[in-house]
Design a protein around this ligand. Sequence first.
Ligand code: C5P
Length: 227
Amino acid sequence: PRVGIIVVAAGSGTRLGAGAPKGFVGIDGHTILRHALARVFAASAAQVVVVAPSRREGDALSEALEAAQDRRDLVTVVAGGETRQASVAAGLAALWGDVEVVLIHDAARALTPPEVFERVRDAVDSGADGAIPVLPVVDTIKRVAGEDIVGVVDRSELAAAQTPQGFRRDVLDAAYLRATRDFTDDAALVADAGHRVVAVPGHPLAFKITTPADLDRARGLVAEAPL
Ligand code: C5P
């Protein structure tokens, strides 16, 4: 396939406090990883690399094969690293064949609708080096130093970044090769290498399951629309 999707699920899930790596925490009868992958496979017939916590590759493969249904040939599972960036690098190294566009997705954004994948892929197909989904910032943002409010930030200039983040594969490979420090997301790493990354509309359902309250929200949403 022309498109490869790297789903990073190697985080520990410490902030969720559910006693298991986050991807393996259940939302309903299905895990966070399973929900994420169902929407990944619904989005397109892409090659999918799942980056799992080390020693949980087998469990991740079971989830992925179930989600892939009749496209089991598209699935690869590899072990992740200490940081998200290291996990993405492991996923990149596992891509095979003639993939030209790579989407990188947090498994923790388990309810991201397929249309977001399409918007990101379309933007890269239309010529951008990279594209990321963003949402407007709804809160008023303050610059603070300790307890002092030292400035206002113009909210209209700000956006919250989501995933999947998509890139031309050659751009992404080159940017990862030259990266010598940690970046907060793939878009920042690619922009630092001098490439143009554009924004496309994100989606409220692409929120990241991070805290127990996020998991409750996901449970409510999935109860209304199960897999
Ligand atoms: O920790 P956070 O929720 O921001 O992580 C975002 C995504 O990156 C999650 O899907 C998590 O599983 C993944 N991750 C990873 N390897 C790490 C850290 C995070 O694959 N070392």
